[in-house]
Design a protein around this ligand. Structure first.
Ligand code: TQI
Ligand code: CA
Ligand code: ZN
Ligand code: ZN
Length: 272
């Protein structure tokens, strides 16, 4: 893994002093924080992204506390308040993946993908290649296989689009959200959407398509974010050389927990 430099994606969040606020949870403990701002924070970093769920503020505070290894109270105590007030990267931490039945995963090993809309930022074959290699990150360590199709509806439909693009989760222009992907399932399940307002590239300037795609496909396969720094599913983008990219151990462990290990595909895999 190369040295990482964090991109300029960090949007600093300030939570200004606001005296008045409507009562919702424990007023006295966070009287300096505007509940609208808290809600904004949770919406941004701990979104109730999936169709299956509509979490209450308290449940989402719990998520956040879990993620930051705080005492899980569901209330805005001082510890939690401190985190809220901290400047941070403008990227979400936690994806709401758990459905009623637990972690969603594909019930089959062979998945199809289709690149339906291309970005003009890169030649087609470079997009094809980045997507293919991003999927190989996962198929290399699991029994999963990805087959590209050109007609019909694929399990993983891939598009580049800007703003509102038909799913109610509009992209936000340059910066901010780069892409999103749906957890395994019918319909939109597994699909990966990339924000056309980003500048996609194959190098470390701009946004590296391969790395973001590899991360998104992690979501497509059912992984949520990791709190292990350096993991591909860690919710902060860090550049690594795509040529020498190796799936970090944390991601490998988590994907293999879902789909099992690959013992042999093209020769032997290392045992670790
Ligand atoms: N996009 C978020 C992400 O994929 C979108 C998102 C948040 C999301 N919660 C979700 C998508 C739940 C599906 C399900 O994480 S992002 C990174 C990072 C993003 C972030 O644009 O913020 C990468 C996209 F943070 F890891 F660098 C790719 Cl690699
Ligand atoms: Ca964007
Ligand atoms: Zn979308
Ligand atoms: Zn993510």
């Amino acid at each position: 893994m190369g040295t990482m430099h964090y991109l300029l994606l960090c949007a600093v969040i300030f939570l200004p002093e606001t005296p008045a606020f409507p009562v919702q949870v424990r007023p006295q403990s966070w009287s300096s924080i505007d509940p609208e701002k808290v809600k904004g924070y949770l919406d941004k970093f701990f979104p109730s992204f999936t169709k299956a769920q509509n979490l209450s503020i308290e449940e989402r505070i719990k998520k956040m506390q879990k993620f930051f290894h705080l005492t899980v109270t569901g209330k805005l105590d001082t510890e939690t308040e401190k985190i809220l007030a901290m400047p941070r990267c403008g990227l979400p931490d936690v994806a709401e993946y758990e459905t009623a039945s637990g972690t969603p995963k594909w019930g089959k090993k062979k998945l199809t993908y289709r690149i339906r809309i291309y970005t003009p930022d890169l030649p087609k074959r470079k997009v094809d290649n980045a997507i293919k290699r991003a999927l190989m990150v996962w198929s290399d360590v699991t029994p999963l296989q990805f087959q590209r199709i050109y007609l019909g509806v694929a399990d993983i439909e891939i598009i580049f689009a800007s703003g509102e693009h038909g799913d109610g989760y509009p992209f936000d222009g340059p910066g901010g959200t780069l892409a999103h992907a749906y957890d395994p399932g019918e319909g939109r399940g597994g699909d990966a959407h990339f924000d056309e307002d980003e500048k996609w590239s194959e190098i470390d300037q701009d946004i590296n398509l391969f790395l973001v795609a590899a991360h998104e496909f992690g979501h497509s396969l059912g992984l949520s974010h990791s709190d292990v720094q350096g993991a591909l599913m860690y919710p902060i983008y860090s550049y690594q050389n795509p040529e020498t990219f190796r799936l970090p151990a944390d991601d490998r462990r988590r994907i293999q927990k879902l789909y099992g290990k690959l013992m042999m595909k093209f020769g032997f895999q290392d045992i670790t």
